[in-house]
Design a protein around this ligand. Structure first.
Ligand SMILES: [Zn+2]
Length: 255
């Protein structure tokens, strides 16, 4: 029996963005993403909201509408340097505060300074986080095995160089994911808003690309990985509430 997984809507590629720190330049970046129908995740530090140069807690729900709000630690501390009690506080309080301000459930994270170790990972898992992003760019399109150790494809400065390869993806590379990360203040600092706009223009509106937030990607892949098959593979059950798109025996099915 043959089984071929697809992304939602039978799409063959996925694109997601991840932006850290919640500085005011997020406002311009969100507008850019919205203009092109792109989806992103914004990792915020709840303790720096409303400070000079940062977005406010009053605006985040509306500003990030259609995108994901995720944690980045209350005060952007080095996670690996914190004693256990303060590590728990840094991320649990962040979840509580961002959930209160946004009215959403927050389950995503990115490691401040890209710092993490086994203790940090197990602490975040115990606090209910579904994934956390590192800053180790892979230069490839692989689907992560462990979402608590989510290595992105590239920083946005390297994204234009990956665009053509991603769009002309060879058929042997199934379900590629292009994961681009950065900070919105870099566009202002480096004068690269034009580069980002060109990239968004070049990658938007493709019928075979699933534009998604980090958490929607995680939830979909976990639903796909959680499918239950009979021993001979002929019967399939999906116990999650997320529809899974696949080709079973050459026939497209929504499971
Ligand atoms: Zn940061």
């Amino acid at each position: 029996m043959s089984f071929k997984l697809y992304y939602p809507g039978f799409k063959e590629k996925a694109l997601t963005f991840s932006y850290d720190d919640g500085q005011i330049f997020d406002r311009r970046l969100v507008k850019l993403f919205n203009r092109y129908g792109l989806k992103a995740t914004f990792h915020l530090n709840s303790g720096t909201l409303n400070r000079d140069g940062f977005v406010t807690k009053e605006e985040i729900s509306e500003l990030y509408e259609g995108h994901e709000i995720a944690c980045h630690g209350v005060l952007h501390e080095f996670p690996t340097h914190l004693p256990q009690e303060l590590l728990v506080r840094e991320f649990y309080q962040d979840r509580l505060a961002l959930e209160t301000y946004s009215g959403r459930i927050i389950r995503g994270c990115s490691y401040a300074f890209g710092e993490y170790d086994e203790r940090v990972i197990s602490t975040l898992k115990s606090l209910g986080f579904a994934y956390s992003r590192t800053v180790e760019s892979t230069g490839n399109y692989r689907v992560p095995e462990d979402f608590m150790h989510w290595t992105p494809s590239c920083h946005h400065n390297d994204a234009p160089a990956m665009l053509d390869e991603f769009l002309d993806n060879p058929s042997f590379r199934r379900l590629p994911l292009l994961y681009v990360w950065g900070h919105s203040f870099e566009f202002d600092r480096d004068g690269t808003w034009g580069m980002m706009e060109d990239f968004c223009d070049g990658i938007h509106g493709k019928p075979d690309v699933w534009y998604t937030t980090n958490i929607d990607y995680v939830d979909y892949m976990n639903a796909a990985r959680g499918l239950i098959f009979s021993a001979d593979g002929s019967r399939i059950q999906n116990l999650s509430s997320i529809p899974v798109y696949a080709e079973v025996e050459g026939e497209r099915k929504i499971l």
